[in-house]
Write a protein that binds this ligand. Structure first.
Ligand SMILES: [Zn+2]
Length: 116
């Protein structure tokens, strides 16, 4: 029953997600429930709501959070986790990833060709 943070998002993870067709859309408007981001598994799209973020690093953190959701089948394999637990783990993994790879935001921007 462990949703303990056992890993981080790697550059290889990001390349795999990009190759899988995952898209990242930066929204200038707010989410109706003030969410920072949302991953839509049916379309493999991460939507990021800019107004919920103060600085670029926060956006990178949210993108990493949504990447955890995108990889959830792999990360939470064989574990029964609620969406709430999944989000909590995603926050931890995103923070841990940023501490370990402070430059990962630039990699994300280049890979997806986005600017924020
Ligand atoms: Zn989440």
């Amino acid at each position: 029953m462990g949703t303990r943070t056992r890993r981080t998002i790697t550059y290889l993870d990001l390349e795999e997600l990009f190759k899988s067709g995952m898209t990242i859309t930066l929204k200038n408007g707010s989410h109706p429930k003030q969410l920072r981001g949302w991953y839509d598994a049916t379309t493999n799209e991460a939507r990021i709501y800019r107004p919920a973020h103060k600085i670029s690093r926060d956006i990178t953190e949210t993108i990493l959070h949504e990447c955890v959701h995108a990889k959830c089948d792999e990360i939470f394999a064989a574990e029964k986790v609620t969406i709430r637990q999944e989000c909590k783990a995603a926050d931890e993994i995103a923070k841990k990833t940023l501490r370990k790879r402070p430059d990962i935001g630039n990699f994300i921007k280049q890979l997806w060709g986005i600017e924020y």
